[in-house]
Design a protein around this ligand. Structure first.
Ligand code: NAD
Length: 496
C-alpha cells in the first residue's frame, strides 16, 4: 500500500472517494511513493465554497491579528524546515541543501507579508477641498486561486499565499501533481499558526482542477506559475472569465561573458546556475554567450568543473545534483541531447553515459558548444541539466541574441567593465538582470517577474507588486457638513 495524498479543504483532509488519482514518484529510486487524489468539479466547488465562507471573517480580522498568524507561521516554518526539505527532496529529487535554500527564500516572503499593516496603509488628504477629506483603502479581492509548478513546491506557493492572506483574501492553492506534499505541510503549519479553517485550501489535480478554478465565478484572481504555453492559456482563459490574472511562464536564460570577465568566476557561475537543481529552475542559466575571443578557454574551464560534479540521491550529503522529476521528463531532456548532436552542435560533455545505482530518473550534466540560434537545444526551454554555449563576435551581437529570444525571465552579464554593465542593464529586454550574479532572483521586498513570454499580465510576483495584485483600492471622499450648509446645486462638484 502506498501513501494516499488528498485535498485539504476547510481545515481538514478531504474524506471523499476520488474519481481519478495520479502517481507520485521518488525520483531517486523510480518507485511510486504515493497516489494523489485528482479534483473533479465537485471538489473545486467544495474548496471554493470553504474559502468563500471563510472570507468575511478573515477580511474583518484585524491587521494585528492577521500579521500575528503570519509571524507564528514564519517561526513554525523556520523550526520545521528540515522536515519540509526532506518532503521536497523525496518527491522532487533536488538535493537537501537546495531544498533548504528554497525554504530560506520562501521565509523571506513570509517575513515581507508580516509587514502587512505597513503595506496596507492608504493615503489621506485632509482638506482636499474645504472641509472635505479624501482617503484610499486597499481591500482584499475575495477568494483567489494559486496554481504552482513542480520545480519549487514550497517557495512558489509561498510567493503568493502569505501576501494573499496578509491582504485579507482567502486562497485555494492547486500545487503541481508531481510533488503535492509540500503544500499540505504548509497548510497544516498555517492551521497550527492559527489561520481559520477555510482561509487556505489545497486542491490537488491537473487540468480539470485548473479549468475549474479559471471558470469559477467566485474566484476573483489567479496567480499562476508554470510553462509558457500553459501560462498563456491560464491568462487568456482567466481574463476571459473576468478575473485578475498574473501568469508567470518559462524561460531561456542567457549568461553573457565579456572578454574582460574573470573566466574562473564565470565558469563557476555557469556550472552552478546551469546544473543546480538539475537545471529545473526557471532562473537556471541554459545558454552561455561567450564573446570572442574567450570561447575556447571558457568552455575548457566549464567542462573541467563539470567533471567533478557529484550526481546522486538528493538525501545523500555527498550529492550536488539529484535526478530529474519524472521518467517522462528525463526522456524528453535526453531527446534534446540527441537533437543537439543531430543538428551538429559539439557535444563537449555527454551526460547520457552517467550511471547511478537504482532505478532513478538520471541524466548527467551535459555541455554543448558551438550551438546556433536555429537549433532546438537553443530555441526550446529544456528544463534539465543541458548547457549550451553560443559564440558571439561582439557585445552588440550578444545583446541582439538575448533580445531576440521570445523569453525574458532572467539574464546575467559577467564583466569587470562598469560601463558595459550599465549599458546592458539599460538595453537588455529581460525582467531580472544579474551583473556578475548568475541567478538574480529578487529579494522578497522587490518583486519577481520576467518580460515577454515569461509573464502574462502586468503584475510581478511577491513584494510590493504582490500586495498590489491582491488588493483593490477604494477612494473615499467625505465631509461632515453643518446643517446650515444645505441647498441643491446641480453643478459638477469643484474643489474650493
Ligand atoms: P506546467 O506548466 O506543466 O504546470 C504548471 C501548473 O499547471 C501545474 O499545477 C499543472 O498541474 C498545471 N497544468 C499543467 N498542464 C495544464 C493544462 N494543460 N491546463 C491547465 N493546467 C495545467 O509546469 P511545470 O512542468 O510544473 O513547471 C516547470 C515550468 O514552470 C517551466 O517552464 C519553468 O520555467 C516554469 N517556471 C516559471 C517560473 C517563473 O517564475 N517564471 C518559476 C518556476 C517555474
Amino acid at each position: 500500500m502506498t501513501q494516499r495524498i488528498s485535498h485539504w479543504i476547510d481545515g481538514k483532509t478531504w474524506a471523499g472517494v476520488p474519481e481519478r488519482t495520479g502517481e507520485v514518484f521518488d525520483p531517486a529510486t523510480g518507485e511510486v511513493r504515493a497516489h494523489v487524489d485528482f479534483a473533479g468539479d465537485g471538489q473545486v466547488d467544495e474548496a471554493v465554497a470553504a474559502a468563500a465562507r471563510a472570507f468575511p471573517g478573515w477580511r474583518d480580522t484585524s491587521l494585528a491579528a492577521r500579521s500575528r498568524v503570519l509571524f507564528r507561521f514564519r517561526d513554525l516554518l523556520a523550526q520545521r524546515k528540515d522536515e519540509l526539505a526532506a518532503i521536497i527532496t523525496a518527491e522532487h529529487g533536488k538535493v537537501l541543501s537546495d531544498a533548504a535554500g528554497e525554504i530560506a527564500r520562501a521565509i523571506e516572503n513570509v517575513e515581507y507579508a508580516c509587514g502587512a499593516p505597513q503595506m496596507l496603509k492608504g493615503g489621506f488628504s485632509e482638506n482636499a477641498s474645504t472641509n472635505v477629506d479624501v482617503y484610499s483603502i486597499a481591500q482584499p479581492l475575495g477568494v483567489v486561486g494559486v496554481i504552482s509548478p513542480f520545480n519549487f513546491p514550497a517557495m512558489v506557493p509561498l510567493w503568493f499565499v502569505p501576501n494573499a492572506l496578509a491582504c485579507g483574501n482567502t486562497v485555494v492553492l492547486k500545487p503541481s501533481e508531481k510533488d503535492p506534499s509540500a503544500s499540505l505541510f504548509i497548510a497544516e503549519l498555517f492551521a497550527e499558526a492559527g489561520l481559520p479553517d477555510g482561509a487556505l485550501n489545497v486542491l490537488h489535480g491537473d487540468k480539470v482542477a485548473v479549468d475549474g478554478l479559471l471558470a469559477h465565478p467566485v474566484v476573483k484572481a489567479i496567480s499562476f506559475v508554470g510553462s509558457t504555453p500553459i501560462a498563456r492559456y491560464v491568462y487568456e482563459t482567466g481574463t476571459a472569465h473576468g478575473k485578475r490574472v498574473q501568469a508567470l511562464g518559462g524561460a531561456k536564460n542567457h549568461m553573457v561573458v565579456l572578454p574582460d570577465a574573470d573566466l574562473d568566476l564565470a565558469a563557476d557561475a555557469a556550472v552552478s546556475a546551469g546544473f543546480g537543481s538539475a537545471g529545473e529552475r526557471c532562473m537556471a542559466v541554459s545558454v552561455v554567450v561567450a564573446v570572442d575571443p574567450i570561447g575556447d578557454e571558457l568552455v575548457d574551464k566549464i567542462a573541467a568543473r563539470m567533471g567533478g560534479l557529484r550526481v546522486g540521491d538528493g538525501r545523500s550529503p555527498d550529492s550536488e545534483m539529484g535526478p530529474l522529476v519524472t521518467a517522462a521528463h528525463r526522456d524528453r531532456v535526453r531527446s534534446y541531447v540527441e537533437d543537439g548532436v543531430s543538428a551538429g552542435a559539439s557535444l563537449v560533455v555527454d551526460g547520457r553515459s552517467l550511471e547511478v545505482d537504482g532505478g532513478g530518473f538520471w541524466l548527467g550534466p551535459t555541455l554543448f558548444d558551438h550551438v546556433r540560434a536555429d537549433m532546438s537545444i537553443y530555441t526550446d526551454e529544456i528544463f534539465g541539466p543541458v548547457l549550451s554555449v553560443v559564440r558571439a563576435g561582439s557585445y552588440d551581437d550578444a545583446l541582439a541574441l538575448v533580445n531576440a529570444s521570445p523569453y525574458g525571465n532572467g539574464t546575467a552579464l559577467f564583466t569587470n567593465d562598469g560601463r558595459a554593465a550599465r549599458r546592458f542593464q539599460n538595453e537588455v529586454e529581460v525582467g531580472m538582470v544579474g551583473l556578475n550574479v548568475p541567478i538574480p532572483v529578487p529579494v522578497g521586498y522587490y518583486s519577481f517577474g520576467g518580460w515577454k513570454d515569461s509573464l502574462f499580465g502586468d503584475s510581478h510576483a511577491y513584494g510590493p507588486e504582490g500586495f498590489h495584485f491582491f488588493t483593490r483600492t477604494k477612494v473615499v471622499t467625505s465631509r461632515w457638513p453643518d446643517p446650515s450648509q444645505g441647498g441643491v446645486n446641480l453643478g459638477f462638484p469643484r474643489n474650493s
